[in-house]
Design a protein around this ligand. Structure first.
Ligand code: NAD
Length: 307
């Protein structure tokens, strides 16, 4: 008999989170006339960035936040961005600030991220927030990793005492999710492109988080029976690059959009072995915006001194 893993439904969980935020915002408006505000700086014309910023604005509208996008020309300097950030840092109606990445090459990304006031840094990329995460202090945590932990918690998956393997060690996903798992008392292995024998680390994992951007990196024989598998990867595969199996599996996507979105895990081989698995799309992806909104609410309440 083929066992079927429980799909972790990021769409449903993120909807629940957004509903909770909406309720809280409604109450804050009614009882204190207080509305959380998010400002997003978008530099240049990167089409993917425009789509991401659009979704963030839509998320803000859904939960009742005030939000704005500050659009800057592709050729602006680091100082131009810093000047804009300084204004936002000072504004009392702005509680969350984020600068959409990637930035054009002439802009010093580290300088820009460090110029955001840490208590308004809803992306959690400021070194102060990263440091607070290491020190297990109250902080704003990057949205995708905190979304992964939230998913695990809401699915009642125990992390304490479990072996967790994280494949990918980026500042955005791999490193922070590893720390969060460690803070939940998992025993964590972190793998990356220089890891010699990836399977040696993945096969023992009770919880496997994969964030590499390499489609089909995790094969069926690399995963333990009963593992919880969280696939963070987002890889757009066009018809000309797709295998026959993928063309068949995602027939509808290829017919309607000419492409499909897959993760880093060979889903069709791994799913029968896993106890739980997050699909792509519809897994970690929708959690990211929900957690960004949660961070904005948290920042707003902290700044306003609301418990
Ligand atoms: P990144 O490029 O910054 O880091 C990739 C990581 O994967 C690095 O640590 C690298 O060493 C590792 N890696 C690459 N090839 C490997 C291999 N063959 N074996 C082992 N490790 C390997 O990427 P990122 O920003 O962390 O994003 C990773 C993936 O997650 C991408 O597909 C991205 O689109 C996706 N992502 C999704 C969300 C979301 O909301 N769902 C958010 C952020 C990133």
């Amino acid at each position: 008999m083929v066992k079927i893993a429980k799909l972790i439904d990021g769409n449903r969980i993120s909807k629940d989170i957004k509903n909770e935020i909406t309720e809280e915002v409604k109450e804050l408006k009614e009882t204190r006339d207080f509305v959380p505000g998010l400002s997003v700086i978008l530099v240049g014309e990167n089409p993917a960035s425009k789509v991401y910023v659009g979704s963030k604005q839509k998320g803000c509208d859904e939960v009742g936040f005030k939000s704005e996008t500050i659009k800057m020309e592709e050729n602006v300097s680091t100082d131009d961005v810093l000047e804009e950030l300084e204004k936002l840092n000072k504004r009392e109606d702005v509680h969350g600030i984020l600068v959409q990445l990637p930035l054009p090459p002439q802009i010093n990304k580290a300088k820009v991220l460090e110029a955001i006031y840490p208590d308004k840094d809803v992306d959690g990329f400021h070194p102060v927030n990263m440091g607070r995460l290491v020190a297990q202090q109250e902080c704003l945590v990057p949205a995708t990793p905190s979304g992964i932990i939230e998913m695990l918690k809401r699915e009642n998956i125990t992390m304490k005492g479990k072996n967790a393997t994280v494949v990918g060690h980026s500042e955005i996903v791999g490193k922070p999710v590893s720390l969060l798992l460690l803070n939940e008392w998992a025993t964590v292995s972190i793998c990356h492109i220089e890891t010699g024998d990836l399977k040696m680390h993945t096969i023992d994992a009770d919880i496997l988080v994969v964030a590499t951007g390499v489609p089909y990196l995790i094969k069926g024989d690399m995963v333990k029976e009963g593992a919880v598998v969280i696939d963070v990867g987002m890889n757009r595969i066009t018809r000309d690059k797709a295998s026959r199996e993928l063309l068949e599996w995602r027939k509808n996507d290829f017919e309607t959009k000419g492409a499909t979105l897959i993760g880093d895990v060979d889903f069709l081989r791994v799913e029968p072995k896993a106890s739980h698995i997050s699909p792509v799309p519809g897994g970690v992806g929708p959690m990211t915006i929900a957690m960004l909104l949660k961070n904005t609410l948290k920042a707003a309440k902290n700044i306003a001194g609301i418990k």
